[in-house]
Design a binder for this molecule. Structure first.
Ligand SMILES: C[S@@+](CC[C@H](N)C(=O)[O-])C[C@H]1O[C@@H](n2cnc3c(N)ncnc32)[C@H](O)[C@@H]1O
Length: 207
């Protein structure tokens, strides 16, 4: 038996190493589909998904250095070979660096809501990001979003529903880690404990 090992320096990748456009396939040993989680935090969702689906590949993008390092170390500790973590601004990366049809799934759980009106321009789900999400998902690919912020949920839903390329699909999808409508990310657990409402939706990229 060949025992594969992986260290945190391999799991944490730099944007510069990815080329232009970013060819993610070269990051992974198997040629399986690639799923992206934006704002992966400490990496709990990625870890569970990577363990459940060794034939798939997972990229997490995390802006906060502390969480990026935590997630990369965590994957290394568990010997996870099908995850890579990138520290960058996911909005810029998805809009400007990813080639078309590269992702089989895009997960966005509890994106920062930036509740003040003057900060809305910092939100992830800008019109340009929605354009990019349509572009980078392969036909049949899945976009799943979850937020506790009602006004932001309405904005996101309106922008996604307006796109003919997306058709709504059930959020609950054990094959993509959402069981009984739970993703079990840290923020989901925290917000459910606090009794906040959670808004969840998923779309399929039409062929
Ligand atoms: C509210 S937390 C949610 C974390 C995790 N998804 C969860 O549900 O527990 C939002 C995370 O997204 C990260 N983040 C915010 N904006 C980002 C961006 N533009 N690019 C990458 N990560 C971002 C933050 O650093 C933070 O870790």
């Amino acid at each position: 038996m060949v025992l594969m090992t992986v260290d945190a320096a391999t799991i944490g990748v730099s944007t510069e190493s990815l080329g232009e456009p970013a060819e993610l396939g070269g990051l992974f040993a198997n040629g399986g589909p690639i799923e992206l989680e934006i704002g992966c935090g400490k990496g709990g969702f990625l870890l569970r998904q990577a363990q459940a689906h060794p034939d798939r590949n997972y990229l997490g993008i995390e802006w906060a250095n502390k969480y990026y390092k935590f997630a990369a170390d965590r994957m290394a500790r568990w010997g996870i070979t099908n995850v890579r973590v990138l520290r960058t601004d996911a909005r810029h990366f998805v809009i400007h660096r990813l080639p078309p049809s590269i992702l089989s799934a895009l997960h966005v759980y509890h994106p920062d809501p930036w509740p003040k009106k003057r900060h809305h321009k910092r939100r992830l789900f800008s019109p340009a990001f929605v354009d990019a999400a349509v572009r980078v998902l392969e036909p049949g690919g899945r976009l799943a979003v979850q937020t506790d912020h009602t006004e932001y949920a309405e904005v996101i839903l309106e922008r996604l529903t307006a796109r003919m390329e997306f058709e709504p699909m059930p959020f609950d999808d054990p094959d993509h880690g959402t069981v009984d409508e739970r993703t079990e990310t840290n923020f989901e657990v925290k917000y459910l404990r606090e009794g906040r409402p959670i808004h969840r939706f998923a779309f399929r990229r039409r062929a």
